[in-house]
Design a protein around this ligand. Structure first.
Ligand code: FEO
Length: 169
């Protein structure tokens, strides 16, 4: 069983991961409407990854003998001024997630819950990759700003991203 404090915190994060998925699905819709299929694909893969994160935490809570509670969610942002704006908002969001994961780890450490610490380690590492991959795209978009052909090349690059389920990683 998880302590009430840790259960509440992980439960909030499960819901936040699903909220993250909604944010990326809204970004996908923006890119679909902008006729940038590669960026739309990247966001769709991100959507699936976030659902995978939620699923991984969901099963951890169940396996620990506790119960998950689904919560109401805020509407995600549906409007972006440019591709760069969308990816910058994605990075800001991932930085919030990183802070939340670190907070979960702090609680697990305070409670000396070793199983939770080992479990959360995966997410700590994952956040490094999440921020790095979005940061790389932002750097590319800044380089090609105002250059339509450059934007198309970035879009073609992002079309290659493929979803890999967590269990198969
Ligand atoms: Fe689930 Fe993008 O962090």
């Amino acid at each position: 069983m998880l302590s009430e404090k840790l259960l509440t915190a992980i439960n909030d994060q499960i819901n936040f991961e699903i909220h993250s998925a909604l944010i990326y699905k809204a970004m996908q819709a923006y890119f679909e409407a902008e006729d940038l299929p590669g960026m739309a694909n990247w966001m769709d893969v991100q959507f699936q990854e976030e659902m995978g994160h939620a699923e991984k935490m969901f099963h951890f809570v169940c396996d620990a003998g506790s119960r998950v509670k689904m919560l109401a969610m805020d509407e995600p942002c549906n409007d972006y001024s440019s591709p760069l704006d969308a990816f910058q908002k994605a990075l800001e969001h991932e930085q919030i997630v990183t802070g939340r994961i670190n907070n979960l780890m702090n609680i697990a450490q305070e409670e000396k819950n070793h199983a939770a610490q080992i479990f959360l380690q995966w997410f700590v590492t994952e956040q490094i990759e999440e921020e790095a991959s979005v940061g790389y795209i932002i750097a590319q978009l800044k380089r090609v700003e105002g250059d339509g052909r450059g934007l198309i090349m970035v879009d073609q690059e992002l079309a290659k991203r493929v979803f890999t389920p967590i269990a198969a990683e």
